[in-house]
Write a protein of this length. Structure first.
Length: 319
């Protein structure tokens, strides 16, 4: 009920400010071309990868906002009233879909901004069925993430398709700068292709194909490059396995001679460390790019640099 109250409160505040009109959920509404002298586009992205892609493609033609704060993972995050009011004034809203942002339908239904361009970046992609541990939350509405694995951006070629949708939305909203967005997209598309090539060449010859991760974020990456992901838990990163699952993972690690157990920076490594100790294995980071830390951002890290770190970590672990 709390989140419903936030959405209703934000809608009432927006109405009091005289903002916009009703937008039907998940509908893309074309708008007239914007005059070149108008202010920069306002683009809201639901979490880090979409923010990164949007920033690279929009360049200096837009202000891009990452809704999920630095250091937080997006699965359980919800927008504040201030975030929703920001969306009332935005030109474009980009979200992943596939159940990742469980709050989107309610928020879009509460908005009065009829001119908002809404982009579901994973729409049309070949989605994997996911959330095999749904039974853990079957009575909890707040954990309804949908029926699919949302982590499509971890396959570089799927990320490229998501970036293309962002480019198309920018061009639709601001056709005067279409060639600018096309040029920037062409550059980032080449980066995705190069990254895909690096993954294929590096992982094609590794002797081992199995890797253990704290939660099942890497299904699309594993499928793309012939690997086998073993998740300690399902797709919800802050859940914890029961003793039976812990014992099962320990036995699998010993059976498959897995010497590295992966965790991610935005979630406690306690469970991974416990399993690694029982197995006599090392631990390392495999980043699902759901968000970067302040240190990573300060160091100039981005989607491509982190994906290359992931590649090196996998190469070492699978030797």
């Amino acid at each position: 009920m709390k989140k419903k109250f936030v959405y209703v409160l934000a809608a009432l505040l927006a109405l009091s400010l005289g903002i916009g009109r009703i937008l039907f959920p998940q509908v893309v509404v074309p708008v007239p071309a914007k005059a070149s002298e108008e202010k920069q586009l306002s683009v809201y992205a639901s979490f880090y990868p979409l923010f990164d892609f949007s920033t690279k493609i929009a360049g200096d033609k837009a202000t891009v906002v990452n809704l999920v704060p630095v250091g937080m993972e997006p699965h359980e995050w919800e927008p504040t009233a201030a975030d929703i009011i920001g969306l009332e004034n935005a030109d474009i809203f980009i979200y992943n879909g596939a159940g990742l942002e469980h709050w989107v339908s309610d928020v879009l239904a509460s908005l009065q901004n009829q001119e908002l361009i809404v982009v579901e970046a994973s729409e049309g992609l070949d989605l994997m069925e996911g959330y095999p541990h749904e039974e853990d939350h079957e009575d909890d509405e707040d954990h309804d993430h949908g029926d699919f694995d949302p982590h499509v951006w971890l396959n570089p070629l799927s990320a490229k398709q998501e970036a293309e949708k962002i480019k198309n939305a920018l061009s639709l909203t601001d056709p005067a700068n279409q060639s600018y967005y096309e040029e920037n997209y062409t550059e980032i598309a080449a980066e995705f292709d190069l990254l895909d090539q690096e993954y294929r060449e590096t992982l094609n010859g590794v002797p081992n194909k199995d890797f253990i991760v704290s939660h099942e974020s890497f299904g699309y990456l594993a499928a793309a490059y012939g690997l086998n992901q073993i998740g300690i838990e399902g797709l919800v990163p802050d859940s914890e396995p029961d003793p039976a699952r812990m014992a099962e993972i320990i036995d699998l690690a010993k059976e498959k001679n897995i010497r590295t157990i992966f965790f991610e920076e935005l979630v406690s490594p306690k469970v991974v460390e416990t399993i690694a100790k029982a197995v006599g294995a090392e631990t390392d980071v495999l980043n699902p790019l759901e968000g970067l830390s302040e240190e990573e951002l300060a160091a100039g890290q981005d989607y491509f640099s982190v994906m290359r770190k992931n590649l090196e970590a996998l190469r070492k672990a699978l030797q």
